[in-house]
Design a protein around this ligand. Structure first.
Ligand code: GLU
Length: 290
């Protein structure tokens, strides 16, 4: 049996906090306990928010925690050609379409819809795409593309789900309502998700699925806030013919007020804790890890 493969996949758009420490240590501990491999992946496709100093800090903070990872580290920004190929594959299946509305136009469409009835929201609480770009005539679509207008490439979720059929994933952790074991995927709940943009040939959903497969990840261990994203990930795996890892969604580390930690809360930042004299053992205690 090949060894299990785990990964920690932070985005370098801020400094790590206790929530990241918990996720990284949990992955690392599981890899150690199972004679598995532990990989680090830098999810840096958002070039406006990701910064080299945050990436450098990730390496430093993880090493301080006592975590060791395999080299080379996979940096998503270096693999755009691979993501582009996947986009072309989905596009050739007729599953993608460009939408041209700005964020403000989308917000306006949503508020119009909300006047009649509650417009559906995705599991993260964002309104589903309300636009009608799927219905543009080929002529109008070509005209807009030629005009150089910015666009987002969306997955036609109804068509994609019809092609893919029923999907489940193996959950070794737990969802927000205690879902575990074999979980039925519900990609429709996300609407026509964005898989790429004019300037960026990928998105979080697409890169995570491709990378987990290319890196041979067998168990994706990550925060419970990403639980329902797995629905989209299973769908993309099926459409692209990729293997599926098992998933383990873990509890989130909350602040004193019971809120999810954000990268800007200094009180729980690893650098601040370290500067204040905390040791790696203190960090383990703070996140309830043995
Ligand atoms: N990059 C994502 C984050 O920082 C995690 C991706 C994943 O584990 O699937 O939230």
């Amino acid at each position: 049996m090949p060894p299990p493969v785990f990964r920690f996949a932070p985005s370098p758009n801020g400094y790590l906090h206790l929530g990241h420490a918990f996720s990284a240590l949990l992955n690392f501990d599981l890899a150690q306990r199972t004679d598995g491999r532990f990989l680090l992946r830098i999810e840096d496709i958002d070039t406006t928010r990701c910064k080299p100093e945050f990436e450098a800090a990730i390496y430093e903070d993880l090493a301080w925690l006592g975590i060791a990872w395999e080299l080379p580290v996979r940096r998503q920004s270096e693999h755009l050609a691979e993501y582009r190929k996947a986009i072309e594959k989905l596009s050739a299946q007729g599953l993608l379409y460009p939408s041209f509305e700005s964020r403000a136009e989308i917000a306006e469409l949503v508020s119009q819809r909300e006047m009649n009835a509650r417009w559906p929201h995705d599991p993260d609480g964002a309104p589903l795409y309300p636009g009608a770009a799927k219905l543009l005539s080929p002529h109008e679509r070509a005209r807009l593309l030629e005009s150089g207008a910015p666009y987002a490439l969306r997955l036609d979720i109804a068509l994609a789900c019809a092609r893919a059929g029923e999907l489940t994933w193996i959950e070794h952790g737990e969802g927000p309502d205690g879902e575990t074991g074999s979980v039925a995927a519900r990609p429709q709940a996300w609407g026509d998700v964005i898989l790429a943009r004019k300037e960026t040939p990928t998105s979080y959903h697409l890169s995570v699925v491709l990378d987990d497969s290319l890196q041979g990840v067998t168990e994706a261990v990550r925060g419970q806030d990403l639980f329902w994203s797995s629905s989209v990930h299973r769908l993309l795996q099926r459409l692209l013919g990729l293997p599926q890892p098992a998933y383990r969604h873990h509890r989130l580390v909350l602040d004193g007020a019971g809120q999810k930690l954000s990268k800007s809360t200094e009180a729980t930042g690893l650098r601040e804790l370290r500067a204040g004299g905390s040791t790696p053992a203190d960090i383990r205690r703070l996140v309830d890890l043995p």
